[in-house]
Design a protein around this ligand. Structure first.
Ligand SMILES: Cc1cc2nc3c(=O)[nH]c(=O)nc-3n(C[C@H](O)[C@H](O)[C@H](O)COP(=O)(O)OP(=O)(O)OC[C@H]3O[C@@H](n4cnc5c(N)ncnc54)[C@H](O)[C@@H]3O)c2cc1C
Length: 409
């Protein structure tokens, strides 16, 4: 094979692309000089003492392990993350503390927490710093075109061309790599929008992630390190537009009512942002020497807080097949990329389907399926073994995990 500028180019240094870069340099048996990350928007880590960002995510225990494997975890300011020790889930027909509400406790399986709520910007900055410190190459610009040959991918960036044996599309839901590589995807709108904001609560959040299923969509209250909560309030389009148009005091009343009073009166302490919700599933994760990870490959409803968690497992899995290749095997060999696709695609699709079914059954119409689901919730609430099963799922520690996501204990 002829020479190329890089072995691996990653388009997109968001949470997933940056994690992949940092992991590859530590565990992928690759030369840092031959790995390129293309990312134009390069965030600064939040300064100590500044208010928490509006965009936060729930990182499972498996994801925390991936962040450790990336050498990013130690770079995070622990005073800005909130471990959550339990989840409380109910539907609007019952009280938040009812015996039929689901309560998942980390303590039930002798763990200190289920995961942590951390600012997206802090995690992305820590991952990018870990990548740069390990000697990875960076171009602060975008991929604008590509052509593939049997031997390499020719990339067009905003400043000119370069070549790589493997191009990873980590460029999010509107992935250029997916489009340019000719990978088709099934996509649809949920007909819902997610309203995100920070709120103060009259009662302490008790390091609990609260989730209520309303007829118009799910509402999550995630505990923050400063004692406030982050809300992700998904609602059908009309209802979301109505809620966004409400004055602050009316919105606070609607929010407190929607939360079933779980934390007493709730009041906005930030502006409200709104995100249209889409489902996307790439029909393939691989085309020639291009491969997709993270939201470029799959986008699901945020109600289960699994998008980043799935993406970090994609990164860990792709890094593992690259690390385990025979010495001198081409990093863009289709055989390797297919192994990654087999490891991740069906599990990601299954997660998306399960989340959609949960959304369909527990929100909206009361119908027979909805009644069954609500009764099922009560059943799980009363059985320790079933609860422990779901706790392990929520922590992301169930099933066959890639090495970088396994606990070191
Ligand atoms: C309201 C809401 C709440 C959520 N909460 C959670 C949660 O609690 N837990 C969870 O796990 N997930 C959550 N998610 C999902 C999560 O935010 C996404 O899954 C995650 O951000 C995807 O990361 P990514 O790196 O794949 O993509 P992105 O974050 O979209 O990053 C893509 C990157 O690629 C760059 N880029 C784009 N085009 C190009 C190009 N042509 N060339 C080079 N670079 C390019 C962009 O600048 C960007 O930095 C939530 C989503 C929403 C909408």
């Amino acid at each position: 094979m002829g020479p190329t500028d890089y072995d691996i180019a990653i388009a997109g240094g968001g949470l997933v692309g940056a994690a992949l870069g940092a992991l590859l340099l530590r565990q992928g048996r690759v030369d840092p000089q031959r790995v390129l990350l293309l990312e134009r928007d390069w965030p600064e880590a939040p300064a100590p003492g500044t208010p928490l960002d509006l965009r936060v995510s729930a990182y499972s225990r498996a994801s925390q392990q991936v962040l450790q494997s990336c050498d990013a975890w130690r770079r995070l300011d622990a005073t800005r993350s909130a471990p959550y020790e339990r989840m409380q889930v109910w539907h609007e027909g019952i009280a938040p503390e009812s015996a039929d509400a689901l309560r998942f406790e980390a303590a039930e399986i002798a763990e200190p927490d289920l995961g942590a709520i951390i600012e997206n910007r802090a995690v992305q900055a820590a991952l990018l710093a870990a990548y740069v410190d390990a000697g990875g190459q960076v171009q602060r610009e975008r991929l604008v075109g590509l052509t593939q040959s049997a031997e390499c991918v020719q990339l067009q960036t905003e400043s000119g061309p370069c070549s790589a044996r493997l191009l990873v599309g980590a460029d999010g839901a509107a992935s250029r790599v997916r489009e340019l590589a000719g990978i088709t995807a099934s996509q649809r709108s949920y007909g819902e929008q997610a309203i995100v904001a920070t709120v103060r609560s009259a009662q302490p959040h008790r390091f609990t992630a609260w989730q209520s299923f309303l007829a118009t969509g799910p509402l999550a209250l995630l505990p923050l390190a400063d004692g406030q909560c982050s809300i992700v309030w998904s609602a059908v389009d009309d209802e979301a537009a109505r809620l966004m148009a409400l004055e602050e005091s009316a919105f606070n009343l609607a929010l407190t009512r929607a939360s079933g009073g779980a934390l007493g009166a709730l009041a906005l302490s930030s502006e409200r942002w709104v995100f249209p919700l889409r489902r996307l599933s790439a029909d393939h994760y691989v085309a020639g020497r291009c491969v997709l990870v993270g939201d470029a490959a799959h986008v699901i409803h945020p109600l289960a807080g699994q998008g980043v968690n799935q993406g970090l497992l994609d990164a860990a899995s792709l890094c593992e097949v690259i690390a385990d290749r025979p010495s001198r095997e081409d990093v863009g060999a289709l055989r390797l990329l297919r192994r990654y696709e087999r490891a991740r695609r069906s599990g990601n699709a299954l997660m998306g389907t399960m989340v959609d079914q949960l959304d369909g059954l527990l929100t909206g119409k009361v119908g027979f399926g909805g009644r069954l689901a609500r009764e099922g919730m009560g059943l799980v609430a009363r059985h320790a073994l079933l609860r422990q099963f779901f706790v392990r799922q929520a922590m992301g520690v169930a099933g066959d995990l890639p090495r970088a996501a396994r606990a070191l204990r």
